[in-house]
Design a protein around this ligand. Structure first.
Ligand SMILES: [Zn+2]
Length: 350
């Protein structure tokens, strides 16, 4: 005769978190009923997703445009060498790992480039948006969408050993454009390529972002950070900049005048050089997904053309092409946007 197992409550696995008084059972149940969208699943995004899925946030959507390379493994904690060998997109590989960590959470991977045409759909049903991106274009787009929809988001960025984060609640705190109105021109700021990036610096900032998410979704809004937090983990300096006074005091085009220039598509481009990659992303959206077997047959004279359900890869004229079903391509071996567009037209088609 078998012994009937005790009925278990899904909340049981979070007992150590529930015992933390500021969260408690009520906070945990709120987390379990929450939805987040994580924009970008690189270094910040993998740490964010890891924390939130383990913490039991009910629905986690992970949006990323890229595939995994060996040099990502130094800091992108959800990935391993098998994922690189299988040519998996980051969002799909992260979902596989996260489902093995916590089967109670609904994980929704989305392999796409976030742009002004799709962001409202990607964040519209989320209670909170988390920044796991590596570029200001996408952050301004998130900021526009968040302010327009009145949704909170947490900004985070890391270069070298320094990182910064801020929790943005439209109407309650300043927004990103209150702080930094315009994108610094390319070449004016250090990037991961010029300055490198340390895994622990990313983990610190992503952990601060994650704890803000747990507070906000768990109902502890009074505990949220209202400052711009800057940390350098190499020399152990911490700065907390009081930015609350900017709210309503600067002529902010976004939260002040409610002009959503990034969301309207007036600012920003879809074809971009990728930070630190010697690569260009060419974004040409198609109504119908590309037919990879047909493309592979057409490109057969180039030699090694490989594809799976998520991408098709080949080399031509000294460049490596990775093409996604939506028509987007990442072309390695150049930072020249015009040249990349030409190569795209030549080998992928218009
Ligand atoms: Zn603003």
């Amino acid at each position: 005769m078998s012994i009937p197992s005790e009925p278990t409550d899904p909340i049981d696995r979070y007992s150590r978190q529930v015992r933390f008084p500021a969260l408690g059972e009520a906070g945990q149940r709120r987390l379990m009923a929450s939805r987040v969208t994580i924009c970008g699943c690189g270094a910040l995004g993998t740490v964010l997703a890891n924390h939130l899925v383990r913490a039991g946030v009910g629905h986690v959507r992970i949006v990323d445009r890229d595939f995994i390379e060996t040099h990502n493994l130094q800091r992108q904690i959800l990935f391993d060498e098998r994922d690189v060998a299988e040519n998996l997109p980051k969002a799909e590989a992260a979902a596989r790992k996260l489902r093995a960590i916590n089967s109670q959470v609904v994980i929704e991977p989305v392999v796409t480039d976030i742009d002004h045409t799709n962001i409202l759909e990607l964040v519209g049903d989320a209670d909170l948006i988390l920044d796991g991106t590596d570029n200001f274009e996408t952050r301004y787009l998130i900021n526009d969408a968040a302010v327009k929809l009145g949704k909170p988001w947490v900004f985070g960025g890391v270069i070298g050993s320094e990182g910064q984060t801020m929790t943005i609640r439209p109407g309650i705190t300043p927004c990103l454009r209150c702080l930094i109105e315009d994108n610094p021109p390319p070449g004016m700021t250090p990037t991961c390529e010029t300055a490198g990036v340390l895994g622990p610096a990313v983990a610190v900032i992503a952990s601060f972002e994650a704890v803000e998410a747990i507070k906000l979704l768990g109902g502890a809004v009074d505990a949220l950070n209202t400052e711009l937090f800057v940390v350098d983990i190499w020399d152990w300096t911490f700065r907390r900049l009081k930015v609350q006074g900017l709210l309503g005091k600067v002529d902010c085009p976004c939260c002040g005048r409610r002009e959503f220039e990034w969301l309207d598509g007036a600012l920003g481009s879809h074809t971009t050089t990728l930070c630190g990659r010697n690569a260009v992303q060419v974004a040409t959206r198609r109504a119908q997904p590309l037919d990879f077997p047909e493309m592979a047959a057409r490109l057969v004279s180039l030699g090694d053309v490989r594809h799976n359900a998520f991408m098709l890869r080949f080399a031509a004229e000294g460049h490596e092409f990775t093409v996604f079903p939506d028509g987007r391509a990442i072309i390695k071996g150049t930072n020249d946007i015009a040249k990349a567009r030409t190569l795209y037209a030549q080998f992928v088609g218009n």
